[in-house]
Write a protein that binds this ligand. Structure first.
Ligand code: CP
Length: 304
């Protein structure tokens, strides 16, 4: 398969190959070799229909470090504004001899739809509340880096599970690697199907934190939500916000993660986000090596 559409379509060995390839690229970057000539004959289009800081910039950096040619498309400044469809937009870009498309889109399944309708390798950089596969890969890679392995670890994903593509991709990735996963948050933000995935549900934050080795704190995605069933921000922070008082009261030291962007003082306080227990900026750093690995492995199939 020449696409990365979701973790759902990967096997455990695919994840291990991506991690071994990312290990190599991270080691190369750490030796201050910031560019390798691997993909000089590949052209990649980054097509973003939603805002992004980390994903967009780290894909672009990963592509440039692999020596690919890169073009960037933001829907807001494009002829999408004049009514051009997704398929027409992408086919016009592909006619410029583009080999690979990285797409972020508000509609779940946008990447899958494109993979069936255009002739290019597709990487899903986040499709609505569905999947964000490279985020889950860099999250697991960061847990492996901090704790030595993912297998056997207990991970709790806290917050707005209902609207989160990060949660679903993380659940698939962590379970494939043999981690135990729970979600924690208000019932209104936990989808009904979650237990059918073999995921535990805990509505009490302290209990969830006492159970876990790793807590992945999610942002409340107000842009995807019917605000009538959301608790107030103050109520949410009181019950589900992570602060240093709760962390210090736990039986053991846990690892704290967040995919970003952070709402400081809402789901996580600044002192926790910036503490030694937080691997938030390691996650961002690892995003470049993970995306280099994904692009490199997909491009090697294009070249065959
Ligand atoms: N984690 C993440 O996807 O961040 P951006 O929305 O800034 O890309």
């Amino acid at each position: 398969v020449n696409h990365l559409l979701g973790i759902k379509y990967l096997k455990e060995e695919d994840i291990q190959l991506i991690f071994e390839t990312a290990d190599h690229f991270k080691e190369v970057i750490n030796r201050s070799i910031k560019k390798v000539p691997s993909l000089r004959d590949i052209t990649i289009a980054n097509i973003f229909f939603e805002s992004s800081t980390r994903t967009k910039l780290s894909f672009e950096l990963a592509e440039k470090r692999l020596s690919a040619d890169v073009i960037n498309f933001s829907a807001g400044q494009s002829s999408v504004k004049k009514g051009e469809t997704l398929i027409d937009t992408v086919n016009n870009i592909l006619s410029m001899k583009v080999d690979m498309v990285v797409i972020r889109h508000p509609n779940p399944g946008a990447g899958i739809f494109l993979s069936k309708n255009v002739n290019a390798s597709i990487i899903n950089a986040g499709d609505g509340a569905h999947e964000h596969p490279t985020q889950a890969l860099l999250d697991s890679f960061s847990i492996r880096e901090r704790l030595g392995s993912v297998a056997g670890k207990k991970v709790v994903i806290v917050g707005d599970i209902l609207h989160s593509r990060v949660a679903l991709s993380n659940i698939f990735a962590l379970q494939l690697q043999g981690a135990e996963v729970k979600v924690c948050g208000p019932r209104t933000l936990i989808p009904k199907y979650i237990e059918s995935l073999g995921v535990g549900v805990e509505t009490n934050l302290r209990k969830a934190l006492n159970w876990c080795d790793v807590a992945n704190m999610l942002r409340i995605q107000k842009e995807r939500m019917d605000l009538s069933y959301f608790p107030s921000t103050r109520e949410y922070t009181q019950q589900y916000g992570l602060n240093s008082a709760i962390l210090k009261s736990l039986d053991k030291e846990i690892v704290v993660m967040h995919p970003g962007p952070i709402n400081r003082g809402v789901e996580i306080t600044s002192d926790v986000a910036d503490s030694g227990q937080s691997i938030i900026l390691d996650q961002v750093e690892n995003g470049v090596a993970i995306r280099m690995a994904v692009i490199y492995l997909l491009a090697s199939k294009i070249k065959q």
